[in-house]
Design a protein around this ligand. Structure first.
Ligand code: NAD
Ligand code: UFG
Length: 367
């Protein structure tokens, strides 16, 4: 947390609105913001999260907990958002709220455009009306689609493969357009690679509703006995062991990137415009490598089934984080050993996530 304090620097005492702050990445960021001395107002519909996450954040934040306010608001409803902006003045907004399941976005594209694009437009309109023009937006490596080579830099072509990725690209384009229409805006678009892990306390972590969409939440549910096996989506890629390669980043490092982005927004003497930054480690790790690292951290065997490639999956996708290092002065500190250690600490303490009572065993292996 020392780095989070350092990141905040003279920004302490400012008020930040955090949309989606009860979610996986948002809850970790809120804890760091509070510890760094910010006043934080969270709006979240709880569509994919639990208020218990914020109770845990309060407990971990100690005396800073008094600086956290929560409103259950859906950002698609302008009246609710308007009331929040009428109740306080914000120095900046961090916008995490949105839906993130790639497969679901293919089945229900309008739902995704509604949450991720309409919700973002509502937020931007109300921010503008209240003169709050500093924004950190949760974008995604999904905007790159499947680049021909990695490491991927911010100037790579933006060719998302699915509705989810397109919602993120559209929101980015909207941000670029509003900046061009009104240069008082300062906007940082953070393109996250693959977040993994949990707060080292083991009290805050990822608790996906339904079947997990991503690799490590699935692996975690196998380790605690909720699912029988992992299907590896393709072992004939041109990679070190045939399995897909990604850039896994500890959620604590990722959350910290937001504090560095805020510092940039607050400290820049000149307007920074609308800039995109990759948040990743710059290291490519295969599916088998991270599963092995998790087996070591947990002492649990993960039964594997070799399956077909998942349509739309990139073979190799990892970031160049050089721009964030150079301009935001942020750099990921943790590797897959720490990610898997902290993921297991959370999973073993909370095999059923935030749910107070055990759920029945879930059926099936990977989709
Ligand atoms: P999450 O689902 O845990 O958190 C998102 C939060 O937004 C949830 O608490 C949910 O209840 C809330 N929300 C959704 N729609 C809302 C609405 N209309 N109004 C108010 N609240 C709403 O997801 P996360 O992993 O913490 O992701 C946060 C952001 O980062 C998302 O925008 C996501 O697209 C983006 N992102 C995530 C990943 C990833 O792999 N986790 C990768 C790249 C980008
Ligand atoms: N994988 C499996 N079996 C599974 C799940 C995943 O083998 O059951 C493999 C995938 O094929 C891929 C790797 O594990 O090679 C990581 O897959 P994830 O689904 O965890 O992550 P993706 O890289 O496919 O996508 C995620 C998010 C996107 C985001 C992207 C950013 O789902 O929203 O990271 O890089 F855009």
């Amino acid at each position: 947390m020392a780095a989070a304090k350092e990141a905040a620097g003279p920004s302490s005492g400012r008020a930040v609105l955090v949309t989606g702050g009860a979610g996986y990445i948002g809850s970790h960021a809120v804890l760091q913001l509070l510890t760094a001395g910010f006043r934080v107002v969270v709006v979240d519909s709880l569509a994919n999260s639990s208020e218990i996450a914020l109770r845990r954040v309060r407990a971990l934040a100690g005396d800073h907990a008094r600086n956290l306010v929560f409103h259950k608001v859906d950002i698609r409803e302008k009246d609710g958002l308007e009331k929040v902006f009428a109740s306080a003045r914000f120095d900046a907004v961090i916008h995490f709220a949105g839906l993130k399941a790639v497969g679901e976005s293919v089945q229900k594209p309008l739902l995704y455009y509604d949450h991720n694009v309409v919700g973002t437009i509502n937020l931007l309109e109300i921010m503008a009306a209240h003169g709050c023009k500093k924004l950190v937006f949760s974008s995604s490596a999904a905007v790159y689609g499947s680049p021909k080579n990695s490491p991927c830099t911010e100037d790579f072509p933006l060719i998302p493969h699915n509705p989810y990725g397109r919602t993120k690209l559209m929101a980015e384009e909207i941000c670029r357009d509003i900046y061009h229409s009104d240069p008082e805006w300062s906007i940082i678009l953070l393109r996250y690679f693959n977040p993994v892990g949990a707060h080292p306390s083991g009290y805050v972590g990822e608790d996906p509703c339904g079947t997990p969409n991503n690799l490590m939440p699935f692996v975690q549910q196998i380790a605690v006995g909720r699912r029988p096996s992992l299907t590896i989506f393709g072992n004939n890629y041109a990679t070190k062991d045939g399995t897909g390669v990604r850039d896994y980043i500890h959620v604590v490092d990722l959350a910290e990137g937001h504090l560095f982005a805020l510092r940039k927004l607050f400290e820049s003497s000149s307007n920074i415009g609308c800039e995109a930054y990759n948040l990743g480690t710059g290291k490519g790790t295969s599916v088998l490598e991270i599963v092995n690292a998790f087996e070591k951290a947990s002492g649990k065997k993960i039964p594997l089934v070799m399956g077909q490639r998942r349509p739309g999956d990139a073979e190799i996708l990892f970031s160049s984080p050089a721009k964030a290092e150079r301009e935001l002065h942020w750099k990921a500190k943790y590797g897959i050993t720490e990610m898997c250690r902290d993921l297991w600490n959370w999973a073993s303490k909370h095999p059923y996530g935030y749910a107070a009572s055990e759920s029945p065993k879930l059926n099936g292996s990977s989709r």
